[in-house]
Design a binder for this molecule. Structure first.
Ligand code: B4P
Length: 193
């Protein structure tokens, strides 16, 4: 199974590139951001709880997102050739719990692909999406800055967890969507030979 973590700060292109990766490699897309937004739209208890954090650009508590991923892994384990984890893990605790959940199913992460993008480009991309999509967390510059700060303080060092396992690939996330996708494919294809 090919199990990829797509990693990077808010606006790095995780959601955008995930769409292309799942199509090319027939993987199951697990985006914690999408799942949480869907819960908010449906006004479930999970959504009501998650909204309090997402509106401020804070991380939703670990136990909430770990539970979400655990249930999806159980559901899709036998129905896919692999998973793309988009926006998860975002803390070292999430990374450790993910390894435990995968291990119980005789699975493991193949590779972490980290998209590297300049600060100003991140802010511009998110503000632009905010104008089009109506996503409230993309419309307020202070919330955007907080999300990037939260990434730098709580999430960036998750890379070290995967570096220690020799599973880290850094990818230049500046350029056109197709240029970046080509770089990602080169990194993934190493595992298919
Ligand atoms: P996410 O849904 O993961 O959203 P994101 O990081 O803001 O965006 P993403 O990185 O996917 O967007 P993309 O670059 O593709 O998280 C939202 C919130 O959910 C978090 O703040 C947190 O509160 C919560 N959450 C989610 N997962 C969690 C977890 N595991 N633990 C705790 N909390 C969690 O796209 C950005 C824009 O850039 C798009 O408009 C796109 O079109 C554009 N773009 C992409 N590539 C481009 C390129 N090459 N050139 C120009 N524009 C580009």
């Amino acid at each position: 199974m090919l199990n990829i973590v797509l990693f990077g700060p808010p606006g790095a292109g995780k959601g955008t590139q995930s769409e292309k990766i799942i199509e090319k490699y027939s993987l199951m897309h697990l985006s914690t951001g999408d799942i949480l937004r869907n819960a908010i739209e449906k006004q479930t208890s999970l959504g009501i709880e998650a909204k309090k954090y997402m509106d401020k650009g804070e991380l939703v508590p670990d136990e909430v997102v770990i539970g979400i991923i655990g249930r999806r892994l159980d559901e899709y384990r036998d129905k896919t050739q692999g998973f793309i984890f988009d926006g998860f893990p975002r803390t070292n605790n999430q990374a450790e719990e993910l390894d435990k959940m995968l291990d119980e199913k005789d699975l493991s992460i193949t590779q972490l692909i980290a998209l590297e993008v300049d600060y100003n480009e991140l802010v511009n991309r998110l503000l632009k999406r905010g104008q089009i999509s109506g996503r409230t967390d993309d419309q307020d510059i202070e919330v955007i800055k907080n999300r990037i700060n939260v990434y730098n303080e709580n999430t960036r060092n998750v890379m070290d967890y995967y570096k220690a396992q020799n599973k880290y690939s850094g990818i230049d996330g500046m350029g056109t969507i197709d240029q970046i996708f080509e770089r990602i494919c080169k990194a993934i294809n190493v595992h298919l030979k």
